[in-house]
Design a binder for this molecule. Structure first.
Ligand SMILES: Cc1cc2nc3c(=O)[nH]c(=O)nc-3n(C[C@H](O)[C@H](O)[C@H](O)COP(=O)(O)OP(=O)(O)OC[C@H]3O[C@@H](n4cnc5c(N)ncnc54)[C@H](O)[C@@H]3O)c2cc1C
Length: 707
């Protein structure tokens, strides 16, 4: 493998495969493709390569700073400015939400009088700001360089839904999953992804150490341990590149939290990787147990390629366009090369087989919409001598995406794919925070007690262990029916169905939204997937006072009904696209968050938690249902899980890629990243994206075998 410093040399190489974006998906994909010594793989990455021991990346405690940055949207620090994928090359993207405007805040139902006395306490809280920031990582490793390192999977039902959206109507799933290796359209479901989840993972750190989660050792009847599908051992991978470990230290709030949620009927899930994900989960982490350091896509995968002679990585290179040649016979377009810039200088590089877009859910649709010209610019300069004779001119900018949207920007669309940049969804969160009674041990100790912090630093430096290697890993995944009384639940479903029928009849929903609704409403009815996640932070997150300890919970909507979009705002590839997250556009999303929030309040009222709580600090006063809706509008923040903008789905539904991840209307352009996830799934995304990348590598290799 070579990490090239010469864009010229890189551009003069003809690669078999060019991968654009060296993140969570792109880097693993490039490394796996280069396992075939007969092909040449080029990887373009917009960001830089971080040193293996850069503490900014590797020290897990840095994520605590990040969590405050992202969830509360306070000023950006060095951590962000060096890594932010939407900043740097691209100006930072801060979302203006109409419902967060000053006017809306004034009109919000939380009475001003109840907020004002606490204003200083809340001054950095996101719900007093009118913008939400969304982030992604920029650098070899992508967002795995800065994410919170938690590792989980969605449920079987959620992955199975990919198949329902991507297979032709009225056909059963491919009865023989092996058939896909003989050129048939592959399946996208739990069974076909499971081997790839396992291929990525290395859980060998768990070999001799039982899961130390306090929930596992609580009284069995109380914990109500879920036994399901595969055994925990069978469902996990033991030899993959991504080393995983369980947290070794738990704060004093974790046991009361588990007991409180258990007593509300939520079981502890001892086998969250087996396909059923409801319950209290102790999430794994991408942390090497021996060194205490973060494992990102670069630290995990580059070592696999260290001896390869056919993988060429060019950092600090922003891909700006693709060049195509039209195919008269089939009507499909073939990508010939990629234009990129390094330090403002333009270059082009050719791909003889395929180009794969792995730029994440925001920049992948941007590149599609700006996808380039019919031929490379060198050829254009020759052709330009005949300017005026050719219609349309060969150097005209072309795009892949909605014809009407692109035409409005003066860009002819070569493949009319209205789904490009649509279907944006995210997980969104709302906080509640409690001040704890004196003596309760939380991560606040690191903030409040300098001697404790020094001791923790020394321990981390000498052994990679201790409180600086520890993190919060408790998450509670629940289906809606756990949150509501039977009558409330039935009435929620009834009004949801009524809304759907009306919206469909008024043509307010896209074909994809209609298909997704059938799936998401079934999940709600059958309780087959969790709909809400509660994340626990054992510390004060929102303006904590000196010397005091807190715990914070965030309720997170996992399967929203609202859909946003990402589209180019200009034909300049270096300008950021416009992200419209459209959070809470659908009232049922607010209703679901109300149910999630009230469940957190209910848990805090159970004796185990009640005993250790001194006061609720955020929101500062108990809220009525109507006030709570206003608070949600103001306090909601992004979970950083943007996905779905180039979904695997049938073309007639608005899909952008087929089951082989190929962009419709092209012969050799694929997408492999968060944008292909077609429907919201209740999980943090990185494990799923690694698995999709591993699978994509096998598909591409297999296609080459059958050529
Ligand atoms: C703050 C935060 C915390 C998170 N925490 C977790 C967590 O704890 N667990 C979890 O599972 N998930 C988490 N996620 C989500 C998860 O990390 C991301 O969804 C996932 O990593 C995205 O993977 P990707 O391959 O789609 O994109 P990325 O990993 O972002 O990769 C895209 C790459 O493409 C590059 N690129 C973009 N445009 C161009 C271009 N034009 N030319 C060249 N290169 C380009 C970028 O620089 C980047 O390296 C978190 C996300 C955020 C933002």
């Amino acid at each position: 493998m070579s990490i090239s410093q010469s864009p010229k040399e890189f551009s003069e190489t003809t690669f078999d495969y060019i991968v654009i974006g060296g993140g969570n998906a792109g880097l693993p994909l490039a490394v796996r493709l280069a396992e075939d010594p007969h092909v040449k793989v080029g990887l373009l990455e917009a960001g830089s390569v971080f040193a293996e021991d850069d503490p900014l990346i590797t020290n897990p405690s840095m994520y605590r700073e990040l969590s405050i940055q992202v969830l509360l949207d306070v000023e950006r620090n060095e951590y962000h400015s060096r890594l932010d994928g939407y900043g740097g090359q691209q100006p930072s993207i801060r979302l203006e939400l109409p419902n967060r405007s000053a006017a809306a805040r004034r009109a919000a139902v939380v009475p001003a009088s109840s907020v004002r006395p606490h204003l200083s306490l809340l001054s950095s809280a996101s719900y007093l700001l009118s913008k939400i920031s969304v982030y992604s990582g920029k650098g070899l490793g992508g967002t795995t360089l800065l994410n919170y390192m938690v590792w989980d999977r969605a449920s079987k039902a959620e992955y199975d839904s990919f198949q329902a959206l991507s297979s032709p109507p009225n056909t059963n799933a491919n009865p023989n999953p092996d058939a896909e290796l003989d050129g048939a359209q592959p399946q996208w479901d739990w069974s076909s992804l499971l081997p790839y989840f396992k291929k990525v993972e290395d859980v060998s750190a768990e070999k001799d150490v039982p899961n130390p989660f306090v929930g596992m050792s609580l009284d069995g009847a109380e914990a109500g341990v879920v036994e399901n599908g595969h055994s925990a051992r069978e469902a996990s991978g033991w030899e993959g590149p991504v080393k995983l470990s369980y947290n070794a230290l738990y704060t004093d709030v974790i046991e009361p939290i588990i007991k409180s949620f258990n007593s509300l009927g939520v079981p502890t899930n001892s086998n969250q990787f087996g396909g059923e994900t409801e319950g209290i989960k102790n999430l794994r982490r991408t942390i090497d147990k021996d060194t205490g350091k973060r494992i990102d896509a670069a630290s995990a995968y580059l070592k696999l390629a260290k001896d390869s002679k056919n993988l060429f990585i060019l950092p600090n290179a922003v891909a700006t366009k693709l060049s195509f040649s039209p195919s008269a016979s089939s009507g499909t377009h073939t990508v010939r090369g990629v234009e990129f810039t390094v330090n403002g200088q333009k270059y082009e590089v050719s791909a003889s087989r395929e180009v794969v877009l792995c730029c994440g859910a925001v920049q992948t649709p941007q590149l599609l919409e700006l996808s380039g010209t019919y031929v490379t610019s060198s050829l254009v300069s020759i052709v330009n001598q005949f300017e005026g004779l050719l219609t349309p001119p060969l150097n005209a900018m072309l795009g892949i995406g909605s014809k009407s949207l692109l035409t409005a920007l003066g860009i002819p669309s070569i493949v009319d794919l209205p789904g490009v940049g649509e279907n944006l969804h995210d997980h969104i969160f709302v906080p509640i925070q409690y001040l704890l009674r004196p003596g309760v041990r939380t991560f606040d100790q690191l903030r409040n007690d300098p001697a404790f912090l020094e001791k923790a630093k020394a321990e981390f430096t000498s052994s990679g262990q201790g409180w600086l290697a520890a993190s919060d890993t408790t998450a509670i995944y629940t289906p809606l029916h756990r949150h509501l009384e039977e009558a409330e639940y039935t009435s929620f479903l009834d009004s949801l169905h009524r809304w759907f029928a009306e919206a469909r009849d008024k043509n307010e929903l896209s074909p994809l939204q209609i298909a997704q609704y059938q799936i998401q409403s079934k999940w709600l009815e059958e309780n087959s997937t969790p709909n809400l996640e509660t994340i626990v932070f054992s510390k004060g997150v929102i303006a904590p006072e000196e010397g005091k300890a807190y715990f914070t919970m965030l309720t997170g909507l996992q399967q929203p009904f609202s859909r946003g979009s990402v589209h180019i705002a200009s034909a300049d590839p270096l300008q950021p696209p416009k992200i419209d997250p459209n959070y809470l556009a659908n009232d049922f999303d607010t209703e679901l968050l109300v149910a999630g929030f009230q469940f957190m309040e209910k848990a805090a009222d159970v004796s185990y938690l009640k005993e250790i709580i001194e006061a609720q600090t955020v929101p500062p006063v108990p809220l009525s249902r109507e006030q709570l809706k206003g608070f949600i509008q103001q306090a909601v923040s992004s979970g950083g899980h943007l996905m779905g903008t180039a979904p695997i789905a049938r073309r007639d539904l608005g899909g952008v890629v087929d089951n082989k991840l190929k962009v419709y209307g092209t012969s050799n352009l694929r997408i492999v990243d968060a944008s292909v996830i077609p429907i919201p799934i209740a999980t943090h995304l990185q494990a799923t994206i690694y698995a999709i990348a591993e699978r994509a590598a096998d598909m591409i290799k297999d296609d080459l075998k059958h050529k």
